[in-house]
Ligand binder design. Structure first.
Ligand code: ADP
Ligand code: MG
Length: 493
């Protein structure tokens, strides 16, 4: 099997130590694939139906039924592999993972074991302004199990098989992450990739994107410590809390001279604590073997190329294009491709204004600050990309200053009908374009501030700022600071 390598990949990254310990994290994520029907049957995958109304004979494991591979699930796995630069296995194998549980009527889950369809690849993202890369071991196709419903009012447990057979892609990383913040940033980036390419709806509340965090600690330079696996983290907030708690707990154990037992643990959001639910099974406990009901999954190169050709532009590719076409930094281009909505807003604003850089700055600055404050996503912005583009046009053609533009933006934010030019007019925000009048102000300020003038002439460049400030004040903020600077320097020689 494709085991994660134990060699340390993080030689280039400085470690963040917690009480002298290095934190090591690897993720297993289950992304529910957005197919209309199940992975091996024709039953619907729609969420929220009445119990057992979407489970057919195959999902219920009635004798004599056979699984039939859903091609749509395979294509989504291929799309994912291409998005993360992975190898698509030309021939992969389905295996039976055997265990006993009431929500698993067959007594085994169909999964992939020794040869998964997606192998290797990596996920890249920024943590603050540091670029990170987490290596993937594999991504394999498997079916979901049903659900136990604990009906407390009749003191019974019911089984709902609607979810049984829902297609999942399990995405496994190397133990490359070194902090809870890095783990959350990885999970967010992975979430962005699967939703961007549209293979998963990403709904964490409904369980469409569930993360298991494998956590261990060690003294720097020591071999990997024993890990505990925190199951089913379905919010980014809980993810961070759970890992932080787990790290503190493990360090405490070790400091108390106790060994960490490999275990599966659950996070309780009410107490903020993790708690062991069972000791971890080994692969051997599952008695994996190839499923004789399913032939090997053969993916011809032509199929991979067909899928590639039909895919949307990937965030990485789009970011590179933004950097090249608009002269943006790598960091800004990445920020502007945080979501499809952000990137299309940016492109529309850049087009409307012809000022890509300025548009990018406004989107990452004022607009996102306002969106955050009102808890809105960019596609809910009261200021459309076209409006912002018009505003930026007025900054670029020197009609208004940046400061004035912020005032106009506030009006646009609260009044969807407001027109940029009308607001500028009504608020009297037009910059002074009459050179003669500006020259007069400049001259009078020079005359009244002999000390600053002398200091500037003596080589103190900062003295110029004081003069600019005086002129801006005298013009009631309507002078163009750039023009003021030029005029002043020309006057003072
Ligand atoms: P299993 O087969 O038991 O699921 P794997 O070897 O496939 O275990 O690893 C599962 C996950 O745990 C992977 O994401 C891997 O990177 C991570 N992992 C493995 N060892 C450690 C460790 N010592 N500390 C943290 N994470 C680990
Ligand atoms: Mg595993």
């Amino acid at each position: 099997m494709n085991k994660p390598s134990t060699k340390d990949s993080k030689s280039t990254t400085k470690s963040l130590l917690v009480q002298g310990y290095e934190v090591v994290i690897g993720f297993e994520t289950h992304a529910q694939l957005s197919t209309a029907s199940k992975i091996f049957s024709r039953a619907s995958t729609a969420f929220g139906a009445e119990a057992n109304t979407q489970a057919c004979a195959v999902d219920m494991a009635l004798p004599g039924t056979l699984p039939v591979m859903n091609v749509g699930a395979v294509e989504r796995a291929i799309e994912f592999g291409l998005s993360v630069g992975a190898h698509i296995a030309p021939r992969s194998i389905f295996a039976r993972k055997n265990y006993f549980y009431p929500d698993l009527p067959k007594g085994y889950q169909i999964s992939q074991f020794e040869i998964p369809v997606v192998q290797g690849g990596s996920v890249e993202f920024y943590l603050g302004d540091e670029k990170k890369s987490v290596r993937l071991v594999r991504a394999h196709l498997e079916e979901d199990a049903g659900k136990s419903l604990h009906e407390d009012f009749i003191n019974q447990t019911g089984i709902d098989l609607n979810r049984a057979g829902t297609p999942l892609l399990e995405i496994v990383t190397e133990p490359d992450m070194r902090s809870s913040a890095e783990a959350v940033a990885y999970a967010k980036e992975l979430h962005k990739i699967v939703t961007w390419i549209g293979i998963c709806d990403g709904n964490m509340q409904e369980g469409s994107f569930r993360c298991d965090a494998n956590v261990s600690v060690r003294k720097p330079g020591e071999p990997l410590g024993t890990r505990r696996e925190i199951k089913n983290l379905n919010s980014f907030k809980f993810m961070q809390q759970a890992i932080d708690f787990e790290v503190r707990w493990q360090i405490e154990q070790i400091e108390d001279g106790l060994a960490i037992q490999q275990a599966t643990v659950l996070f309780n959001p009410d107490t903020g604590e993790t708690r062991a639910m069972r000791t971890k099974e080994d692969a051997a406990d599952y008695r994996y073997f190839p499923d004789p009901d399913l032939p090997p999954l053969v993916v011809a190169p032509e199929w991979v190329e067909r899928v590639r050709a039909a895919m949307v532009e990937l965030p990485r590719v789009m970011a590179a294009r933004f950097a090249a076409d608009y002269g943006l930094s790598d960091y800004d281009a990445t920020a502007l491709t945080q979501s499809q909505a952000t990137s299309s807003y940016f492109e529309a604003a850049a087009k409307a204004s012809g000022q890509a850089k300025l548009a990018g700055n406004w989107i990452m600055g004022e607009l996102s600050r306002r969106l955050n404050a009102d808890d809105l996503s960019i596609d809910q912005s009261p200021v459309s990309a076209e409006r912002l583009g018009q505003l930026i046009t007025r900054i670029a053609d020197n009609t208004i200053s940046n400061n004035a533009a912020r005032q106009v933006f506030e009006v646009l934010w609260s009044d969807a009908d407001a027109e940029v030019d009308a607001v500028i007019e009504a608020k009297g925000l037009k910059q002074m374009n009459d050179t003669g009048a500006l020259e007069a102000i400049v001259d009078s300020v020079i005359a009244a501030n002999a000390k600053n003038v002398a200091e500037f002439k003596a080589g103190n460049d900062k003295a110029l700022n004081a003069l600019v400030g005086q002129i801006m004040k005298a013009s009631a903020g309507k002078a163009n600071p750039g023009q003021v600077n030029t005029l002043l320097r020309a006057r003072l020689g």
